[in-house]
Design a protein around this ligand. Sequence first.
Ligand SMILES: *[C@@H]1O[C@H](CO)[C@@H](O)[C@H](O)[C@H]1NC(C)=O
Ligand SMILES: *[C@@H]1O[C@H](CO)[C@@H](O)[C@H](O)[C@H]1NC(C)=O
Ligand SMILES: *[C@@H]1O[C@H](CO)[C@@H](O)[C@H](O)[C@H]1NC(C)=O
Length: 417
Amino acid sequence: MGTIPTASVLGSVMMLFFCSSCTVPVDLSPEERSELEDIRRRKGALLQEIQRLREELREAILEVEGLETSTEGSKTLQKSRHVAMGRKKFNMDPKKGIVFLVENELLRHTPEDIAQFLYKGEGLNKTAIGDYLGERDDFNIKVLQAFVDLHEFTDLNLVQALRQFLWSFRLPGEAQKIDRMMEAFAQRYCHCNPGVFQSTDTCYVLSFAIIMLNTSLHNPNVRDKPGVDRFISMNRGINEGGDLPEELLRNLYESIKNEPFKIPEDDGNDLTHTFFNPDREGWLLKLGGRVKTWKRRWFILTDNCLYYFEYTTDKEPRGIIPLENLSIREVEDPRKPNCFELYIPNNRGQLIKACKTEADGRVVEGNHMVYRISAPTPEEKDEWIHSINSAVSVDPFYEMLAARKKRISLKKKEEQP
Ligand SMILES: *[C@@H]1O[C@H](CO)[C@@H](O)[C@H](O)[C@H]1NC(C)=O
Ligand SMILES: *[C@@H]1O[C@H](CO)[C@@H](O)[C@H](O)[C@H]1NC(C)=O
Ligand SMILES: *[C@@H]1O[C@H](CO)[C@@H](O)[C@H](O)[C@H]1NC(C)=O
């Protein structure tokens, strides 16, 4: 084709495009003029070509539509339109979507067929799938069972199986639903891999430990990253009282460490943040109960209690505040910045149940209607409030797991009378 325009011609063309007032390029040599003419010609030809392609495309579309209006075609078209509509409805309201698909004879109302539809998941929102599978009614529970049975876990290690499972839908946020789903998962895993675990409870408990490990290792907000040895020791005794092979735990740990779990529709609000032991420690100022002075204390939040120490190295705390039944709120204090307060909701003059050690070593009851505390920075204040709030709210996940662990330890006792 034509020669490459010289720099000066290009400059002139740019002028034409960018400077609307310069309609006539000035100072063009005869060669430049002819090159410009050439460019204009090619542009004209291109525009014609575009027009021709448009017409061709329009004809093709008409042809396709013609095909679809023939009787055979129209049925398939209507069907696929209905399926698309059903998926849309499902994503907005899973139950209604299923009803629509069943009424239009696009889906049979059996747990197996619906499970298959959800497992394929084409065009379905995984949050909606999770909502449907999490429903409490008997039918949905059967669908959940059939859905889980469609997963093939044979010869996968637990992390690989969890990756597959947790990617197939988004786990809903409620403890009861998660419990049912993870129970179904554990049963399926044990069915596909007999002999790996002593019981489904073991598989269930370890699955949670792994999900939590994922958050510990990969969530930037969790500072304390457990090493493999801690992970191993945390899972002592969960195999019906016995230990799981260290090799197995090491492999699972490495797998998670190398690649975090992905969950669909991940909005950063991963489920596991609720599992986290919101342990925290740091220097805070505490306002005295009787004598209103601010004392610097080393605070440790653990086991649903707030402990405070005079020095970080002290073995015995100066005081213990059980957080049961307490609430926390931000407050303004004229003397200290970044304050928050522990208080009893609807308090009618009660003192907070707590204890402290007097200078002479006597342990006495605390003397606080509220505990007012000042953090060094606004960020630390927010973090303390967040952690204490998580510690005081009843955590159904902990209870769920505790129940399983108890079951495992009871079984162990039965076996060793
Ligand atoms: C799926 O549904 C959830 C909840 O309704 C919504 O937040 C999310 O954006 C949806 N995802 C897609 C890909 O549409
Ligand atoms: C694993 O951790 C990553 C990073 O925090 C998070 O995005 C993901 O949702 C977590 N997966 C699960 C199953 O909790
Ligand atoms: C918390 O409230 C419950 C129910 O009112 C009560 O039984 C329990 O003793 C309270 N615990 C503390 C530490 O005050």
